[in-house]
Design a protein around this ligand. Structure first.
Ligand SMILES: [Zn+2]
Length: 625
């Protein structure tokens, strides 16, 4: 099984360039190329808080906004009635923005209805753009208006994409700030002084949002960006307070899954404890993790980092153990990159080369933290390392320069994945190097903490230079030269023995997956094309022009025997072959020694930052793969 992860970007046509990261993760077996294409369309949004280009951080005056939100429940439908009060501009005209869009085709302004003024001498006028209105008022006058937010019709299937819209039901609602708030146009970094009033919330409903728990009246100081990146929930949610280092963490869920609430709570607690310990950061006065059920098929899971929170979308039948890596990865994003500074802006554009760091290091730490938290075993960890090495070493594009990667990333899933793999292996490599040079006294953890510390200064951005500076105390100039070598020039990152005496290294002559013909195109046209002379497919008798009658193939698995029934002239025949390249690649892999003593195991674990033998949860040992 392989994890899938994709990202894409969009420009916000109104309030400047807003970067949106989308990612999916899950375990999917690609039976046909169509399935694979379909999967790539299934993206879950992960707005990159802190990734918005803000080269100039001027101090903007505080804006005061008052919102009153009231659910109106009628039969099996629910809508929100919202009123907004703000001070109008001195010109007597204020530009008002409605929710615009999320991913392609999600036109959020269509869910805003009955917008009208409530105050005297206030008039709302349409503009050419459906999501922009002009409010006329007396200069500097307070203006009030009201609108309704509607949901997709009752009975709409709950997919991950449904949650991009307002989800409003008679028993609960979940709305992203981007879909909920109508607001006067202003820069995203504008400081806000908000009064939020949640009116007529039915008895027994839980009330939680990015700015508090169980508070029908809220006074909030934030920025427009964080406000819109918040989530706003009320209803039949189950909220569990988990205490980590004296600070509450709320685990929020509703509906049912293929696992218990207790398993969810334990997992979140373990992961968050170890993640916050790693960063030595515990300044999370309000943070919640929401797990929401979808009607998606198992394997389609994904997460989304939001203001002071994280939302995980899980199919109702999913087991948690299969998605631990997604959870750990997404939780880690709350620091990397969210708290490490915005991506450096070069020539007016964010330096997208840095994805090797923000995604690759996050992937690396997802595995490390699962191990430290005792949620996976050393065996799982070694298997994960082997599989990472295999995916990376056998990728046909493994040697791309980072400049080419940036260029192709938006259009190629494989290129996007390469950022993760190359970055994760470089994290392993550096961690190993730092631990061996310092006799295990320091590690990559120290580098991460130093980046976090230096990010606290105003206006600091994440850059190759800052990463190299953070590495310098431990690796000298090796950091700079490694970034040039492995990232800029795209040389292969060494897959070293991370497990000391616990593992036996071996180099396998691996024949990577290679269909030997244009499988994608041929399966669409049902006519075989692009057969490579000398390939396994060719040697088995597959030829251009044969009609593809039946049989399929498995994506990315050279060990799966492919059987195709084809017609050539009047003859029908079955062609069988392994879809593997003729040429092999030397692939380093590691095997744990079979008879490890407890002391040896503890010693090897300590080299991975596991300070004491982690407690396995009393449930069945969980496996990632
Ligand atoms: Zn990610």
């Amino acid at each position: 099984m392989k994890a899938a992860h994709a990202q894409s970007y969009k420009n916000h046509p109104v309030s400047g360039r807003i970067l949106r990261r989308q990612e999916i993760a899950g375990s999917v077996l690609f039976e046909t190329p169509y399935l694979r294409v379909a999967l790539l369309l299934y993206v879950v949004l992960f707005p990159g808080t802190g990734l918005v280009a803000q080269p100039v951080r001027e101090r903007l005056p505080v804006r005061e906004l008052t919102y009153v939100v009231e659910p109106i429940i009628q039969g099996d439908s629910c809508r929100l009635r919202v009123s907004l009060t703000f001070r109008g501009d001195s010109s007597g005209k204020t530009r008002l923005l409605l929710p615009l869009e999320w991913s392609d085709g999600v036109d959020l302004y269509k869910a805003i209805r009955n917008l009208r003024s409530l105050s005297e001498n206030t008039k709302i006028e349409d503009t050419k753009e459906p999501h922009v209105k002009t409010v006329h008022h007396r200069p500097n006058q307070r203006a009030s208006l009201t609108y309704e937010v509607v949901s997709q019709p009752p009975g709409t299937k709950l997919t991950r994409e449904t949650y991009h819209y307002p989800v409003l039901r008679p028993s609960y609602f979940y709305v992203m700030g981007q879909a909920l708030w109508v607001y006067p146009d202003m820069p995203e970094s504008t400081p806000l002084q908000l009064s939020l009033h949640w009116k007529n919330i039915p008895d027994g409903w839980a009330l939680i949002n990015s700015f508090g728990l169980s508070k029908p009246r809220q006074k909030v100081k934030t920025t427009l960006e964080k406000f819109r990146k918040g989530t706003f929930l009320a209803g039949d949610y189950r909220v569990k307070t988990i205490i980590i280092n004296q600070e509450p963490l709320y685990a929020v869920t509703r509906g049912s899954f293929g696992f218990s609430d207790e398993e969810f709570h334990d997992t979140v607690k373990q992961l968050m404890q170890f993640t916050r310990d790693l960063w030595s950061s515990h300044d999370f006065p309000h943070y919640y993790v929401t797990m929401l059920p979808t009607d998606d098929p198992p394997g389609r899971t994904g997460g989304e980092g939001r203001t002071n929170s994280f939302t995980l979308f899980m199919p109702k039948d999913a087991t948690l153990s299969k998605h631990l890596r997604t959870l750990a990865h997404e939780l880690f994003h709350a620091w990397n990159p969210q708290r490490l500074g915005d991506f450096e802006v070069i020539g007016g554009v964010e330096d997208e080369r840095l994805y090797w760091f923000s995604e690759g290091f996050t992937d690396y730490y997802a595995s490390v933290l699962l191990l430290r938290a005792g949620l996976i075993s050393l065996e799982d960890y070694v298997a994960g390392y082997n599989s990472l090495t295999k995916e990376y070493y056998t990728s046909p594009i493994r040697l791309l320069t980072v400049a080419e990667m940036v260029r192709k990333r938006q259009t190629s899933y494989e290129v996007d994945r390469l950022f993760y793999k190359r970055g994760a292996l470089l994290a392993h490599y550096w961690d190993n190097a730092i631990r061996s040079r310092t006799n295990n006294k320091s590690s990559l953890d120290d580098v991460m903490r130093s980046l976090l510390k230096s990010a606290k200064a105003r206006g600091v951005s994440l850059s190759h230079k800052r990463i190299a500076d953070a590495l310098r105390p431990y690796l000298g100039e090796k950091g700079v030269s490694d970034i040039e070598k492995y990232i800029d020039r795209g040389e292969l990152v060494p897959a070293e023995n991370f497990f000391g005496m616990c593992a036996i290294p071996e180099v396998i002559n691996y024949h990577p997956w290679d269909m030997g013909f244009e499988a994608d195109t041929s399966s669409r046209t049902r006519v075989i094309s692009g057969v490579v002379p000398g390939s396994n497919a060719h040697r088995a008798g597959l030829r251009d022009g044969q009609k593809w009658v039946s049989g399929g193939f498995v994506w990315d698995d050279p060990t799966r025997l492919t059987k195709l029934t084809v017609i050539e002239g009047d003859t029908q025949k079955v062609v069988q072959f392994y879809p593997a390249a003729r040429e092999s690649i030397p692939l380093p892999q590691y095997k744990l020694k079979p008879d490890l003593s407890a002391a040896e195991r503890a010693q090897c674990l300590s080299q991975l930052g596991v300070t004491s033998a982690p407690q396995k949860p009393d449930r069945e040992a969980r496996s990632l793969r």
